[in-house]
Ligand binder design. Sequence first.
Ligand code: NDP
Length: 251
Amino acid sequence: MAERRLAVVSGASSGIGAATAHALADAGFAVALGARRVERLHDVAAAIGPAASALPLDVTDQASVDAFCAALDRCDVLVNNAGGAKGLAPVADADDDHWRWMFETNVMGTMRMTRALLPHLRAGGDGHVIMVGSIAALEPYPGGAGYNAAKYGVRAMTSVLRQELLGEPVRVTEVDPGMVRTEFSEVRFEGDAARADAVYAGMTPLSAEDVAACIAFAATRPPHVNIDSMLVMARDQYGAQRVHRRDRGGS
Ligand code: NDP
């Protein structure tokens, strides 16, 4: 039997990353899962079965990225999903640590993983880098500056990479979700569950599985087809700032 192609998913211990690992395994890939919360990661891998392996990964730490990547003997798809937001403060009150976290995780982390795995992606003859961006990469909103800047950065990197790899057998895709019910808002508001719940009040957000299905769709096109970008939002959301909330008659 032919060896399964390998998909690497960063940030696979929860949310979109965990759902993507499931979706890609269902699509026939072997999946290598990375994140910092190793127990959670092992639970996700165990639920997938023998096609999944789990390894500790902190994308903000070059030594951790090196160790993770050294354990892989191939990589056909890289899903740069590890990321998130911290805070919703206006620029006037910007928190340096929050901004650093967002840049280190979303931007530098994506660069580190891509740089490390490009040799495998090229060598396999049909590589694919998939970035998990955001509507925040397309539309700035008050309080979002740090996250907007980081995801705009990811978007710029995606476009540059696509051009740099033109003519090589490596595809580059960005999937930009709107509101998705994951641990994203708990992380953004540092464990404030009530504030996180309020984000989704009265509307139906996307699920992690909805976004994973888009990622799997892009990853399962024939090698000559590059889905450059995909913006996916809940029916209840238009752009970064307009959400229809049934309990308030829309906003
Ligand atoms: P979650 O918080 O549920 O998942 C984030 C994942 O990233 C976790 O598995 C976390 O694992 C991992 N992660 C965070 N920091 C690191 C790190 N330094 N090294 C390795 N892994 C890390 O949120 P989502 O699933 O929603 O987020 C996934 C991606 O989707 C992010 O890039 C986010 O910006 C993006 N996104 C989310 C939206 C939403 O509304 N939910 C909308 C648009 C985009 P661990 O803590 O174990 O390391």
